[in-house]
Design a protein around this ligand. Structure first.
Ligand SMILES: [Zn+2]
Length: 272
């Protein structure tokens, strides 16, 4: 069910099997500590999408990585396109998915830098009438229940150490050890670079464009050293199940398409 692996002849059958659901795995190309490949987020999102689609059929969009990552431009290998390109490309891809018969699009994001961009993108879908719905689950596709389970699993592998675990940290690294071990360079980890520098601590709760840079200029946040492939596999199992559940729910959803139609009809202000 990977879009790019299908023949044109088989494509309509896949759309039917997916009941018109397409999953866009959204990553980016940016530094992930000294030890993970710059494509880490893209690999993670694609793995989740492809494995979940095996449990609950959906067409998985080809690898996509032109999303929001201005904050890593000072690091080698980053691909940070302008907001106009980023916006237009995602929108046009959604239009193309719809033109190919899929009217439900799941934006499966695995990059924290998209946490502001994607909800805004989804909200702006109301700008004009569309014949499709975009669905945006939380980061990496997992929700409350899975997060609790994951925290329990996580504890087992943290060996009692208290440390932040974000970008390139032990959880993310564990996932990559389980999926792309040949691309992970544990020997290159520089532990002190994962510390929160908190350089804007005097401005509590205020966001500035350099909020991330002020904390983690090395694009590494946490401590990857306790990561194991075994932990990665356990985390993945939970996340894949969670994403499969989201696909199932989206497939069954009749409310969002109906309400969108109703909403657009009302915006025409027939009451004047
Ligand atoms: Zn990222």
């Amino acid at each position: 069910m990977q879009w790019e692996n299908l023949t044109a002849k088989d494509f309509p059958g896949a759309v039917k099997k997916a009941k018109g659901v397409c999953v866009m795995a959204l990553g980016c190309i940016e530094k992930h500590g000294e030890h993970l490949p710059v494509g880490s987020d893209m690999f993670a999102a694609l793995h989740l999408a492809r494995e979940a689609a095996k449990l609950e059929p959906a067409v998985v969009f080809p690898p996509y990585y032109f999303t929001q990552i201005q904050e890593a431009k000072h690091q080698p290998g980053t691909l940070a396109v302008s907001q106009e390109v980023m916006w237009k490309l995602l929108l046009e891809c959604c239009e193309e998915i719809s033109r190919n018969g899929m009217k439900k699009i799941i934006l499966l994001n695995s990059h924290g830098g998209n946490n502001y961009f994607l909800p805004y993108f989804v909200q702006m879908m109301l700008e004009k009438q569309r014949d499709y719905v975009v669905y945006c689950p939380p980061l990496a596709g997992y929700r409350g229940e899975e997060m609790v389970q994951e925290a329990v699993t996580d504890k087992k592998f943290k060996k009692g150490k208290k440390q932040p675990d974000m970008h390139g940290g032990h959880k993310e690294t564990a996932i990559h050890l389980a999926t792309i071990p040949n691309l992970v360079k544990m020997q290159d980890i520089v532990p002190e670079r994962g510390r929160d520098l908190n350089r804007m601590g005097s401005l509590s709760e205020v966001m500035t464009p350099v909020f991330w840079y002020a904390r983690f200029p090395h694009h590494y946040a946490g401590d990857a050293r306790p990561a194991t492939a075994q932990a990665g596999e356990m985390i993945l199992e939970m996340r894949i199940r969670a994403v499969a559940r989201i696909i199932k729910e989206v497939k069954a959803d009749t409310v969002a398409p109906r309400l969108m139609k109703e909403f657009y009809a009302k915006t025409r202000h027939k009451f004047f």
